[in-house]
Design a protein around this ligand. Structure first.
Ligand SMILES: *Cc1c(COP(=O)(O)O)cnc(C)c1O
Length: 431
């Protein structure tokens, strides 16, 4: 590529090294539906296994279609390298497990996607790893919960249902001073937020949501900023800086050195992805590449439509509260303005005067919106958490996670705004 590309709209289409298929000249990324790749010679096989040359061996740990998705995601997030995985859940899990072992702890925001919350609160215990939950409203809570065994911080840019933007810079700075990398789940605000620009060491995505957009494909990704100084905090990060017995005593920081500051992503791919195996299918990587191409256009339209929906709801007599970064005040608004650029995303929450029954009636009356436990689709989506995603929690636990009985979450799509509001308006008549 001869021209320098700096803008995300262009990077989403051209980011990375793929220009055209070198064999046939196909301009669209081919689907390399192949489990294995010709090693060509025993000598080259040696070099590949020892990381003296980087190339494809077996699709559990890397595939050319997947590689294009990885390069483009790294480009739009301003990272050094990325790893695409079978799901967002696999991305969150591997991003954490790469850095911890039994006896260690992590410090995480309380405001998390339910699947991640459950993984931290319950599953990590099985491996002897403690998750310390802290309220991100005060970033200093992260410092207070940190000790010698703390390996990472975790937060979400724009967690639903509360939709309070995470203090990325504040927590990243605390982590930098103590040697603790911040992992940010940026699923609900791709392009709007660039967590690496604000000091996040690692970004994870459920590409299932806005990146894919079409609602056809489950996938996830981890992006390595390449900026975390693992060797400077070697005592805290021995899994990255000590010889790894699972890779015949090689050290990830040494392996990565010729290729850039990407020891972490090497460790995820050649360590946990190799051992646990949640590889993304080439077909799914291809689908997500198609989605990514139009992400800059879509995220703008989602954001624009969401602002209009929030405005409509704010004036409605049956609505007691609207939860949306664009209508917040004070510190929450300051963070939204500091970390979200060009829009507040497509998620809008609101509370109905009539509580649970009104929430159910609203959902059942929708005609355009789909009733699904998903976000980030091009189509408008709605859910009533108290009767679905949060139904297993006690009323107190629901409240703590921001879910009141009459809370409804909308993932506003890219349909014409007039039709979106017509549907919300008629459903509110039944609520
Ligand atoms: C959906 C989601 C996940 C999990 O992703 P999957 O692709 O469904 O596995 C993780 N984090 C957030 C914020 C999500 O919305």
């Amino acid at each position: 590529m001869t021209v320098a590309i700096r803008n995300v709209e262009t990077l989403a289409l051209h980011g990375g090294s793929f220009r055209a298929d070198p064999t046939n000249g196909a301009t669209q990324v081919p689907i390399y539906q192949s489990t294995s790749f010709d090693l060509r010679s025993t000598e080259r096989a040696d070099r590949l296994v020892n990381f003296e040359e980087i190339g494809f061996i077996y699709s559990r740990v890397g595939n050319p279609t997947q590689h294009v998705l990885e390069e483009r995601l790294a480009a739009i997030e301003g990272g050094a390298a990325a790893l695409a995985l079978a799901s967002g859940q696999a991305a969150a899990a591997l991003s954490v497990l790469t850095l911890v072992q039994a006896g260690d702890n992590i410090v995480t925001s309380t405001d998390l996607y339910g699947g991640t919350w459950n993984f931290f609160a319950n599953r990590l215990k099985q491996f002897g790893i403690e998750a310390r939950f802290v309220d991100p409203a005060d970033p200093e809570n992260f410092r207070r919960a940190t000790d010698d065994k703390t390996r990472l911080y975790f937060g979400e840019t724009l967690p639903n249902p509360k939709l309070n933007v995470f203090p990325i810079r504040e927590v990243a700075d605390i982590g930098r001073s103590l040697g603790v990398p911040l992992i940010i789940d940026n699923t609900s605000a791709p392009l709007l937020a660039r967590p690496i620009d604000h000091g996040a060491a690692i970004v994870v995505h459920s590409a299932t949501k806005y990146i894919g957009g079409h609602g056809t494909t489950i996938g996830g990704a981890i992006i390595d900023s390449g900026q975390f100084p693992w060797e400077q905090f070697a005592d805290r990060h021995r899994l990255i800086t000590d010889p790894d017995p699972s890779y015949h005593g090689r050290i990830w920081t040494d392996i990565a050195r010729p290729y850039g500051p990407i020891a972490y992503i090497f460790a995820v791919r050649a360590g946990l992805l190799r051992d646990l195996g949640p590889a993304i299918a080439p077909q799914n990587a291809f689908q997500l590449i198609q989605g990514l191409e139009t992400l800059p256009l879509r995220i703008r339209q989602h954001s624009e439509n969401a602002v209009a929906v929030a405005k409509f709801l704010s004036g409605h007599p049956k609505v007691t509260a609207v939860i949306f970064p664009g209508v917040q005040n004070g510190e929450a608004r300051r963070r939204a303005d500091a970390y979200l650029k060009g829009g507040f995303g497509g998620l809008v929450g609101f509370e109905l005067k009539g509580g649970t029954d009104a929430g159910r009636r609203f959902i059942d009356a929708l005609k355009l919106f789909f009733h699904v436990a998903n976000i980030g689709d091009t189509h408008s989506l709605a859910i009533h958490p108290a009767s679905t995603t949060h139904a297993q929690l006690s009323p107190e636990e629901q409240l703590a996670s921001g879910v009141t009985p009459g809370y409804v979450r909308l993932s506003v799509g890219i349909e014409n705004i007039e039709d979106i509001i017509t549907d919300i308006s008629q459903a509110l008549e039944h609520a």
